[in-house]
Design a protein around this ligand. Structure first.
Ligand SMILES: Nc1ncnc2c1ncn2[C@@H]1O[C@H](COP(=O)(O)OP(=O)(O)OP(=O)(O)O)[C@@H](O)[C@H]1O
Ligand SMILES: [Mg+2]
Length: 248
């Protein structure tokens, strides 16, 4: 009798997008923002998405994060297709499993830094005390000890983005999505914030999907995906991960 060997355990990818298309509008004025994108993000991996303006980067990010429903295609998060979930479950999943960092203006101006950072936990039902303790820990970790009580208007742009990063990570998300998180900062501050973001995501075990125009971001990411006209035009794996460049 031939001994049967068990199949290898499935490779659990964090996020698997297959054949994503997104058409905005209808008729002759319709915009094909995504024309068939497939992308896998492994747990803990950092992926930079680059490409010209209008190439579909933000649309892709929003589809991956369950903010936008693709016209066709699927997005599996830990095995569940999030494109078919109802809005209530999708919102809950986003809150629980994903973190977000946007370009700027995402902090609530009337709340102190620590409460801004604690918000996702409090919305998820964690007690105020516990949430602010966790948030203060992240703020300190990101170099903002002593600034917990400052409101966003009393912080520099770089400091405000660190608060936004603390908020994105405080709930221990599986993936952090960032859309040009340093777009409103000068280059030096932007690089610093980028390094803080990638290091913090890595140390928390979160995967990172980051849209950026800054080629230097590749230094901080394990993979760079280039978009063109709604398609993935190329992929670059940083040395040490899988050292190859693939042009499609
Ligand atoms: N809500 C919308 N309604 C209609 N068209 C849209 C919408 N959002 C995006 N588009 C169009 O879809 C295409 C892709 O836009 P998207 O925002 O994804 O590009 P991007 O690569 O993020 O660009 P940028 O670098 O300028 O941010 C563009 O042609 C854009 O005009
Ligand atoms: Mg964009």
């Amino acid at each position: 009798m031939t001994p049967t060997t068990a199949p290898p355990p499935p490779q659990h990818s964090a996020l698997v997008a297959s054949g994503l298309t997104k058409v905005y509008g209808t008729g002759p004025t319709a915009t094909h923002a995504l024309a068939g994108v497939s992308l896998t993000v492994a747990p803990g991996e950092s992926v930079a998405i680059m490409g010209p303006s209008g190439s579909g980067k933000t649309t892709l990010l929003h589809c991956l994060a369950g903010i936008v429903t693709p016209t066709s295609g699927t997005v599996a998060w830990r095995g569940t297709d999030i494109t078919t979930l109802g809005e209530t479950r999708r919102t809950a999943l986003r809150r629980q499993d994903f973190g977000f960092v946007f370009q700027s203006g995402q902090l609530l101006p009337e709340l102190p830094a620590v409460e801004n950072a604690a918000l996702p936990l409090m919305l998820g039902g964690t007690s105020r005390q516990e949430a602010t303790r966790a948030a203060a820990g992240w703020l300190a970790h990101l170099g903002l000890a002593g600034m917990e009580d400052r409101r966003p208007g009393e912080l520099s742009g770089g400091q405000a983005q660190r608060v936004a990063i603390a908020r994105a990570l405080v709930g221990s998300p599986g993936v952090v999505f960032a859309d040009e998180p340093t777009g409103a900062l000068d280059q030096a501050t932007g690089n610093e914030v980028l390094s803080v973001l990638t290091t913090a995501a890595r140390s928390s075990g979160a995967a990172l999907v980051i849209v950026t125009h800054d080629a230097g971001v590749a230094r901080h990411c394990s993979r760079t995906v280039t978009m063109r006209d709604g398609l993935v035009a190329g992929e670059y794996h940083a040395p040490g991960t899988s050292n190859r460049e693939v042009a499609r």
